[in-house]
Design a protein around this ligand. Structure first.
Ligand code: ADP
Length: 192
């Protein structure tokens, strides 16, 4: 742990950044099983916001694991650290004034609660609610097949739990809506 570290206030205020951007920052925290549609919907939302002139950035699970979190695995402790780092990074982007999307399974309630506590009122939990049978049928990355074959351990929904949110700000039942419809629900919530 570092000592002798002092927080520096920045000269450009949060209010000034918000005014320049023309919108408030937010963290859209997508959570759901692998293959539920987090990345797909987050990208569709990002595109819609971009087209409206919003300043956005998307933090995608796999991409972050290529860099920032490449030293982390999928055991419980590493998952917690994975989420902690992502939350800190999302918070920095939000401090910079952006609408940040994070597309991670984030299966544990406690981790999402920690993210919410750090992010404060700008945290918007988006539950991408897709039954596991459908995720498994979609299997866009072939991961369920590998998990069923025992080639991947700690796989959420199969050999590791997914704790569904009970009061997410946005609840998307993707079996009953298109990607376009789901993205519109998120944008409407954000800009209402
Ligand atoms: P995740 O990021 O949650 O792992 P992905 O977005 O990578 O999931 O994959 C979801 C897959 O399901 C994509 O191939 C997407 O095209 C497909 N899909 C089909 N219908 C929907 C829907 N209504 N909402 C989201 N994704 C859908």
């Amino acid at each position: 742990m570092s000592e002798n570290i002092v927080w520096h206030n920045t000269s450009v205020s949060h209010a000034e950044r918000t005014q320049l951007n023309g919108h408030k920052p937010a963290i859209l925290w997508y959570t759901g099983l692998s293959g539920s549609g987090k990345s797909t919907i987050a990208n569709a939302v990002d595109r819609k916001l971009y087209e409206r002139g919003c300043h956005t950035y998307l933090l995608d699970g796999d991409n972050v694991r290529h860099g920032l979190n490449k030293d982390l695995g999928f055991g419980d402790n590493d998952r917690v650290e994975n989420i902690r780092r992502i939350t800190e990074v999302a918070n920095l982007f939000a401090d910079a004034g952006l609408i940040v999307g994070t597309a991670f399974i984030s299966p544990f309630k406690e981790d999402r609660a920690q993210a919410r506590a750090l992010a404060g009122e700008r945290f918007i939990e988006v539950f991408v609610d897709t039954p596991i049978e459908i995720c498994e049928q979609r299997d866009p990355k072939g991961l369920y097949k590998k998990a069923r074959a025992g080639e991947i351990g700690n796989f959420t929904g199969i050999s590791s739990p997914y704790e569904a949110p009970e009061s997410a700000e946005v609840h998307l039942r993707t079996a009953e809506m298109s990607v376009e419809q789901a993205a519109q629900v998120v944008v409407d919530y954000l800009l209402s």
